[in-house]
Design a protein around this ligand. Sequence first.
Ligand code: FSX
Length: 331
Amino acid sequence: MTDLEKTDSIDSPDFEFPAEPGTVGERLVNLGVSRRGFLKFCTALTSTMALEASMAPKLAYALTTSRPCIIYMSFQECTGCLESLVNSYGTTIENLILTSFSLDYQETLQAAAGTAAEAARNEAMTKNAGKYILVVDGSIPANAKSGYFVSAGESGVDRLNKAAANAAFVVAVGSCAAFGGLPGASPNPTGAVPVSSIIKNKTVVNVSGCPPIAEVITGVLAYYLTNNALPALDANKRPTMYYGKTVHSSCYREENERAGHVANFGDAAARAGGCLRPLGCKGPRTHAACATMRWNQGLSFPIQSGHGCIGCTEPGFWDFGGLYTKTSGGD
Ligand code: FSX
């Protein structure tokens, strides 16, 4: 995504930034973001969420007026998911959306530590009981005897259960939280399980990927803000608006395969856009938005760089992940 358009003034015949002190609207005004530029981004965002463009003003209103509480907890992970989320720069849609939430607990980003951090989290959960969104990254070590992951004197399972008890719903960010991911790979010494294996009485939305695209994470939150409801989910609890198609079906190299152009390692066909399937690309069996939304503000994605998809958004990644070919049991 590119930077938001900026102008010296706000022109707004039918949508004004609510500029009350402390609101996102006020912050946008102070940043010099124009109404037109803001609505343009909201329109782009509605298209990624498979919503009508006419929903853009509603989204704009929701982003500038609501401020739901998010409790973001990390378990067994590499911090790649959070890196993906916060490594955006400028006034981009993902940090704009993050600003629209009150991020009341995030161990890596917050200044508070120890008992002060725990007290702040408990206070935020009590104050927003039944309404806060619990975002979780990392898998949960369910092997009680393993001794892995104890924080503030509590096991991972206890910590997750307590945090989820009064949440409105849970968003499992990253393939570790969604499906077990790397910590769950064989031999899985910690007994790592997905969030949905522990939380059974509450909706869990899986935003898989190792890591997921930043705009996909924030897009799910923006959808909830706009509609006060969650998007449709597939059989793996992933939002179909981002995971409804395979990477291959929306890949620019797909039409080349149909025309008979396939690649070999380092050959001219690979550079000219030949399909990477013979090299073990897992795009045909991987559901993700990488080919349409791409990475780094829409700049590129692995296949565009000549590297086949490794299937990181699917259950079983890592054990069933990586590049492999027909001869080693792949597609
Ligand atoms: Fe897992 Fe995320 Fe991969 Fe890392 O939080 S999905 S190992 S990018 O950090 O959990």
